[in-house]
Design a protein around this ligand. Structure first.
Ligand code: HMG
Ligand code: MG
Length: 309
C-alpha cells in the first residue's frame, strides 16, 4: 500500500462538534474539552467560530473561548470566519489562523451563508488579503464537495473552479468537506485526482462526516493518493445546522486508532483523545457514543462469558 509516514489531524470538535448541539454548552465546558484535547498532543484545534450569533447561537461565546484558550508549544488554534465582520472579531480576539468556508453547491451555500458561491468568494478575497496583512494563516473549506443535501452528487468539475479561485487568493490549505457524510471512495478518488491537478497534495485536507459510515474508507482512499491532513472530532460529535441529515464528524479516536495500527504517526495520544471524547459526551448526556472506538472499549461492549451464561 502507498501510505504516508505521518498525518496531521485537525481537531474540529469544539467548533463542528458543538455548533449543532441544541442546548447551550457553557463556556467552561468548552474550555475543559479544549484543555483535554490540547493535552493529547494535537497540533491543530479549531476552537470556535466567529459566525453570526443569530445564525449559530451555540458559538456566541467565541470571544470568551478565545481569551482563555490553553496555550501549548506546537499547538495552533484555528477559528471559523464567514465574512469580514467575522475576521475583524477573530483578529481582535487574537486569532492567528482563520478558516473561511464556501460550498460547491449553490443551494447549500445560500442556506449556510445567505450568499451565492461567487458572492462568498468575492468577500473572501478581501478576508484573505486582510488576514495575510495580519500574518494570519488561512484555511478554506469547500463544503458539499462530494454530495449536497439539496442537489445530490457533486461532480469534481463543480469543485475545481472554486479551488482555483481560493488558491489564487493565496489560501494556505483547502479542506474538502463531505458535509453530510454520504460520499464514497470512488467519488473521493475522482475529486482528489482532479484537485491534485491544481494544488499540491500538502495543501489539501479532507473533512469527512460519517453519516453513512464511509468516512474511514474515504480517508484510506485519500491517504493512498498522498493526502495527509484530515479533520475529525473527538467523541464523533458534529453536524451543520444548515445541512439536514448530517451526523457527526469522523471521530478522532477512530481515525487515530486506524492510523496508528497501520504504522502512521499522528503525534496524538489515543487515551487522551478518549478522555476528551468521554468528557464531552458525558456532559451532553450521550449514552451511545457515535464513535466506534469508544463503543468497542466500553466495559459492556464485549460481554464476559459469565455475563452471557
Ligand atoms: P446575513 O444575515 O446575511 O448577514 O448572514 P448580514 O451581512 O446581512 O448582516 C446581518 C447582521 O448580522 C448585521 O447586524 C451584521 O453586523 C451581523 P445588524 O446590523 O443586523 O445588527 N453579522 C455578524 N455578527 C457577528 N459576527 C459575524 C457577523 N456577520 C454579520 N461574523 C452570515 C450572513 C454569513 C453572517 C450568516 O449566514 C452566518 O453567520 N452563517 C454561518 C453559518 C454557519 O456557521 N454554518 C456552520 C459552519 S459551516 C460547516 O459546518 C461546514 C464545515 O464544517 C465543512 C463541512 O462539513 O463541509 C466547515
Ligand atoms: Mg463539518
Amino acid at each position: 500500500m502507498n501510505l504516508p509516514q505521518s498525518v496531521t489531524i485537525v481537531e474540529v470538535g469544539p467548533r463542528d462538534g458543538l455548533q449543532n448541539e441544541p442546548n447551550t454548552v457553557p463556556t467552561e465546558v468548552k474550555l475543559e474539552y479544549i484543555r483535554l484535547l490540547a493535552e493529547s498532543g494535537l497540533s491543530v484545534i479549531e476552537a470556535t467560530s466567529f459566525v453570526s450569533p443569530k445564525w449559530v447561537p451555540q458559538l456566541a461565546d467565541a470571544e470568551q473561548v478565545m481569551l482563555q484558550l490553553p496555550r501549548r508549544e506546537g499547538l495552533r488554534y484555528s477559528v471559523l470566519v464567514p465574512n469580514l465582520k467575522g475576521l475583524e472579531r477573530a483578529l481582535q480576539a487574537g486569532a492567528q489562523e482563520v478558516a473561511i468556508f464556501t460550498a460547491a453547491s449553490e443551494t447549500f451555500c445560500q442556506r449556510n451563508l445567505n450568499r451565492t458561491i461567487q458572492q462568498s468568494l468575492d468577500e473572501y478575497a478581501q478576508v484573505v488579503r486582510h488576514a495575510r496583512e495580519a500574518n494570519c494563516r488561512v484555511r478554506a473549506y469547500i463544503s458539499t464537495a462530494l454530495v449536497c443535501p439539496y442537489e445530490g452528487d457533486i461532480a469534481p468539475e463543480q469543485v475545481v473552479p472554486i479551488v482555483e479561485q481560493l488558491m489564487a487568493m493565496g489560501v494556505d490549505e483547502i479542506s474538502l468537506g463531505d458535509t453530510i457524510g454520504a460520499g464514497v471512495p470512488t467519488q473521493v478518488a475522482r475529486l482528489t485526482e482532479a484537485v491534485l491537478q491544481k494544488v499540491p497534495a500538502h495543501q489539501i485536507a479532507y473533512h469527512f462526516h460519517n453519516t453513512y459510515g464511509t468516512a474511514l474508507a474515504n480517508v484510506l482512499t485519500a491517504l493512498q493518493m498522498g493526502i495527509t491532513v484530515f479533520d475529525s472530532s473527538a467523541g464523533g460529535l458534529g453536524g451543520c445546522p444548515f445541512a439536514p441529515g448530517a451526523t457527526g464528524n469522523l471521530a478522532t479516536e477512530d481515525l487515530v486508532y486506524i492510523l496508528h495500527k497501520m504504522g502512521i504517526q499522528t503525534g496524538v495520544n489515543l487515551e487522551a483523545i478518549v478522555s476528551a471524547g468521554r468528557y464531552i459526551l458525558g456532559v451532553l448526556n450521550r449514552a451511545t457514543p457515535p464513535s466506534h472506538y469508544l463503543q468497542a472499549i466500553s466495559p459492556c461492549a464485549v460481554p464476559k462469558s459469565a455475563d452471557v451464561w
